[in-house]
Design a protein around this ligand. Structure first.
Ligand SMILES: [Fe+2]
Ligand SMILES: [Fe+2]
Length: 193
């Protein structure tokens, strides 16, 4: 899909100006075209967790990664992103997420993956039921023990936009929707988390 995504990105910013090619975790649908991006953006480097850099990216990528620790921030012109480690949520030891502080946008990777084509770029309709209908039969979340704490780690950032990788982005009370997802994952839990 690299040519299609490149064309879409080019409609926002010339791809040659990109400085970071970020990934949540190391999978083909997250970063299979990483080296193609590094080639068309000669001043760019991969951006990922320290674990991702150690176990995969620094071996596979054509340039070394800018590895982010949990809570580390990175100023990007008039935007600023913060790295949030989330090992095994939804899967992958190296997994983490970027939170853009000024627009309160969480780039939430495989969380809230929705079936279908995602006809609306941004929606305020419920996306949880749709994404749960996708998750349950596929069972692609790790059966890990820290789900509750990790969901709270993300919810504490109070995102207003959830930028889904698969399906429509969502606008609303992101902390509440993350906690609702957490309840589906962990089972009914009494507040507070
Ligand atoms: Fe994934
Ligand atoms: Fe994915």
């Amino acid at each position: 899909m690299f040519p299609l995504v490149r064309e879409a990105v080019d409609s926002v910013i010339p791809v040659s100006q990109l400085r970071f090619i970020a990934l949540s975790h190391f999978e083909a649908d997250e970063c299979g075209s990483l080296n193609e991006w590094l080639a068309v953006a000669p001043h760019s480097v991969p951006l990922c967790s320290k674990v991702a850099a150690m176990v995969s990216v620094n071996d596979v990528a054509d340039r070394p990664a800018h590895a982010m620790a949990d809570g580390a921030e990175l100023l990007l012109g008039n935007r600023s992103v913060k790295w949030l480690d989330a090992p095994h949520l939804p899967h992958g030891w190296e997994t983490g997420f970027l939170m853009e502080s000024r627009t309160r946008t969480l780039f939430c990777g495989d969380l809230f993956t929705q079936g279908g084509t995602g006809a609306a770029a941004l929606t305020t309709e419920d996306i949880l039921d749709n994404s749960e209908a996708f998750r349950k039969p596929m069972d692609y979340f790790s059966h890990s023990t820290n789900t509750r704490q990790l969901i709270e780690h993300l919810a504490a950032e109070s995102p207003l936009t959830l930028a889904c990788m698969h399906g429509s982005a969502w606008s609303g009370d992101g902390a509440a929707l993350l906690r609702a997802l957490g309840e589906r994952l962990v089972g009914n839990v009494s507040q507070p988390w």
